[in-house]
Design a protein around this ligand. Structure first.
Ligand code: SF4
Ligand code: SF4
Length: 451
């Protein structure tokens, strides 16, 4: 019998060194409850949560401490303890933001809340499942942090027929999704089927990169053991190639459908959710368990003992790094997420938030510390761009101060995968040029529509 084909996307893409060997073999370890957590009221795309506790209150792990408003989600205590003054604290993307700080009190004095199984969980109506997902504070755990209850509610007139579950963890260094697939295949499958029922789709396609055949195997075994629910689940290997885990590349690989420029996958009948999100949805619907922890890969040459760690949200990155043996003497850079699409962080007294899947400590000089050269028109950036954009043209126009002339070269479509920067022989910061152009074009559009 022929081996099943390994699927992939069409144009572009790169093959960076995966750097995953340090943590791929390390099962998830639990970080002991830290002395303090700082929980920002905004850890997602949408309205910030509103505090439901005040200084001096005693709270138990699992208790709701901030209410959702508008487009947002609520927030829960991730350790048991005493609430400190609610104030502004360092935030991974907002520099400073309001956060609820909890100082730990021993579990024996203040036991965590329990979340027993709801025996009727498989038969819940759609609205009740959605309400539990929102109440649990779940957002896209692949890094997007879009509230899951909103992504599962399609706008009027939009219909989908496939739910794609993203297990293609293509960012170098990161293995948190891989270890989650090995540790929690049943929860991922059950969560996927629940989301398929909410969306009204009968097909779930799970994409796993071909260098993780063991993850695909355990997911297939879990799928075969699922009770019949009128939903067909298949687990497909996709090529190990960056950015295979980007939504439009994964949708093409698994369904053959092309998501149009500037559109969402729902434009071609698909919704995409990450494997960790699927597991969290299962916990929320079955147990009413809120999102309290997240699994983070802590790795890179600047970490003494790279690990995959289940960590209470709000834990300071410094506590997380200490759990991993501390930083090496020559660590120079901190990256939240992977090195291709992650963000540089200035410090470690920043809390773990819902969108953090990896913390990479690097050594040596940063990519543009020695400056960069002129464009030599080699065309490599165009070749690797999975969207067929022209970052070279954008970059030279931004340099020339002609930012608004960049629209024909696709600046607004760029989702900042970093492939172009990775291959540029002149080491030009092409993603940054795209960001500048994108922001200027957006401002221009907003100004025009305000007139
Ligand atoms: S890869 Fe760099 S040097 Fe080559 S065309 Fe693109 S921007 Fe120019
Ligand atoms: S960062 Fe943007 S321009 Fe560069 S390869 Fe990715 S999508 Fe294309």
């Amino acid at each position: 019998m022929l081996a099943p084909a390994v699927r992939t996307f069409g144009r572009g893409g790169i093959h960076p060194d995966p750097h995953k060997q340090a943590t791929a073999g390390r099962p998830i370890e639990d970080l002991p409850a830290p002395a303090e957590v700082r929980l920002p009221l905004l850890q997602h795309l949408g309205d910030p949560a509103v505090p439901a506790v005040k200084k001096g209150d005693l709270v138990r792990r699992g208790q709701k401490i901030a209410e959702a408003q508008g487009t947002g989600v609520p927030l829960h205590a991730t350790i048991s303890g005493k609430v400190k003054p609610i104030d502004r604290h360092p935030h991974p993307t907002l520099v400073l933001a309001q956060a609820i700080v909890i100082a730990r009190v021993a579990d024996a004095e203040l036991p965590p809340l329990e979340f027993p199984e709801d025996p009727e969980w498989r038969a819940l109506p759609r609205d009740e499942m959605l309400a539990r997902i929102r109440e649990a504070g779940i957002v896209g755990l692949g890094g997007a942090t879009f509230p899951t209850w909103r992504k599962l509610q399609l706008p009027p007139g939009v219909e989908v027929d496939v739910l794609v579950i993203n297990g293609a963890e293509c960012e170098p260094y990161l293995t948190s999704d891989y270890r989650t697939m090995l540790a929690e295949p049943r929860a991922i499958l059950e969560g996927a089927v629940l989301m398929a029922r909410i969306l009204g789709v009968r097909e779930v396609a799970i994409g796993v990169e071909s260098d993780k055949p063991d993850a695909a195997r355990v997911l297939r075994a879990a799928a075969a053991a699922l009770p019949a629910a009128g939903v067909a689940v298949h687990v497909d290997l996709v090529q190990t190639r960056y950015p295979q885990g980007a939504e439009r590349q994964l949708v093409f690989a698994l369904t053959g459908r092309t998501v149009p420029a500037k559109a969402l996958p729902s434009a071609v009948g698909v919704v995409v959710q990450n494997v960790a999100t699927a597991a969290a949805v299962h916990d929320a619907v079955r147990f009413r368990k809120p999102l309290l922890d997240r699994i983070v890969t802590v790795t890179g040459p600047g970490v003494r003992e790279p690990r995959n760690v289940r960590v209470p949200l709000g834990t300071l990155l410094s506590d997380l790094v200490n759990f991993c043996g501390g930083a090496t003497d020559d660590a120079t850079r901190i990256v939240a997420g992977g090195p291709m699409m992650g963000r540089a962080l200035p410090r470690l007294d920043i809390p773990v938030t819902k969108g953090l899947n990896g913390l990479v400590l690097l050594t040596g000089k940063g990519p543009f510390e020695d400056g960069y050269g002129p464009c030599i028109q080699c065309g490599r950036c165009i070749e690797v761009c999975p969207l067929g954009l022209e970052p070279d043209q954008v970059s030279v126009r931004v340099e020339a101060g002609k930012v608004l002339d960049t629209a024909p070269y696709g600046a607004e479509e760029c989702y900042e995968c970093g492939s172009c920067t990775f291959v540029c022989p002149s080491q030009r910061p092409l993603v940054q040029f795209m960001q500048v152009a994108k922001a200027s074009l957006r401002r221009q559009r907003e100004t025009r529509s305000a007139r």
